[in-house]
Ligand binder design. Structure first.
Ligand code: GDP
Ligand code: MG
Ligand code: ZN
Length: 355
């Protein structure tokens, strides 16, 4: 484990974060970055080095997702305890399995999401669209990384297919086992930047992480779970320093990535569908058997992929379901609040009458 002390700048601090801190905050605490999440608490890096800190339960009680890797927290100056969570500039989250639409934080304060898939049977356009919508919705730049290019006869066809999934997205093919090849990701790995790798199990996320950090093993910070070969494996989430000064977060493979109310992200990814939809005869066209539907006409003409429209419908439904649940929850909270106020009023009235 590194004993290096990190400056805020090295940890990816942004001047804008200081707006959320008072003079008193700086006197009684210090900002620290979460590099690991354990059941017992958090591992954070700050000017005092690597610390294990506890999180007061009240901090996890609200509707805001609990502290996750990449988060900035204010740590007590004289105790190993988190005082509060600083506002996030971005949050990658998914909807947890089950019906409650509970949000599960994956990583916070990301600049870039490396959406990793392989140049083989793992490549799945609809799954990629899901990740892309999630990233765009969170204000995180997605980059599609196609691994195992060295094992593939025709990486070009995968590059082309991936590039067509959202307007203007960057797509890079790499051999994740080779440093020279992984260096193609340099544009997103500048000093102080934070990137996360996401994608199915087995696509090469940990291999790529290892290749990127390998040159400077001793300088690698963060919590690393080592397997028998002494290599990094993803048993828990962690954040690692790269020799370039960037931070990389490896996420465990997700079998199911359910998205929340990512409507804005969908508009970005399915830009051409939205444009076509503007030409439908009816404004509330559902693009499913309605007369005068420009979207379905485009599918019939071969201008729009039927798969893409199906993917759009599926994600729209998911996002709408999430919005509905959120609205219902807010409505319940609102009604509950009104009831409480009513009860308080009644109590006050009774006291008045008593006097
Ligand atoms: N040849 C080659 N093998 C790779 C590449 N990326 C990953 N692998 C192999 O694929 C397997 C799974 O990789 P891993 O990093 O554990 O995937 P993860 O589950 O996404 O973390 C390992 O045996 C890697 O050596 C690549 O670009 N080229
Ligand atoms: Mg892994
Ligand atoms: Zn339509």
């Amino acid at each position: 484990m590194s004993t290096t002390n990190f400056t805020l700048d090295q940890l990816g601090w942004r001047p804008a974060y200081a707006q959320h801190l008072t003079l008193e905050d700086f006197e009684t605490g210090q900002p620290a970055r979460v590099v690991g999440v354990q059941r017992s608490g958090l591992s954070v890096l700050c000017s005092r080095g690597l610390l294990a800190v506890t999180v007061p339960p009240a901090l996890c009680a609200g509707s805001e997702p609990a502290p996750t890797v990449g988060d900035w927290v204010l740590v007590d100056a004289d105790a190993a305890r988190v005082r509060r969570l600083l506002p996030r500039h971005s949050l990658l989250a998914r909807v947890a399995a089950g019906t409650a639409q509970r949000t599960q934080a994956i990583a916070a304060n990301l600049d870039t999401l490396l959406v990793v898939t392989s140049c083989n049977a793992d490549f799945n356009a609809s799954r990629l669209e899901r990740y892309l919508a999630l990233a765009f919705d969170a204000g995180i730049t997605p980059v599609v990384v196609l691994t195992k290019a060295d094992l593939c006869a025709d990486p070009e066809s995968y590059l082309e297919a991936a590039a067509s999934l959202a307007p203007g997205i960057a797509v890079v093919a790499v051999d994740a086992t080779a440093a020279a090849s992984a260096a193609r990701l340099a544009p997103w790995l500048a000093h102080g930047r934070t990137v996360a790798l996401a994608g199915s199990s087995g696509v090469g996320k940990s291999t790529l992480t290892n290749t990127l950090i390998d040159d400077a093993r001793q300088d690698t910070a963060g919590i690393r779970e080592d397997d028998a070969r002494g290599r990094h494996t993803t048993t828990s989430r962690g954040m690692f320093a790269l020799p370039t000064g960037a931070w990389v977060i490896d996420t465990p493979g997700m079998r199911e990535l359910r998205v929340g109310a990512v409507d804005a992200g969908l508009d970005t990814v399915f830009d051409e569908v939205e444009r076509l939809a503007a030409l439908c005869r009816f404004r509330d066209c559902s693009h499913a058997g309605d007369t005068g539907c420009a979207v379905e006409r485009a599918v019939a003409d071969g201008r729009l992929d039927a798969r893409r429209l199906a993917s759009y419908h599926k994600l729209q439904r998911e996002a709408a379901g999430a919005s509905r649940t959120l609205r219902e929850r807010h409505e319940k909270e609102r009604q509950f609040g009104a009831l409480q106020r009513q009860a308080q009023r009644a109590k006050r009235e009774m006291r008045k009458q008593d006097r």
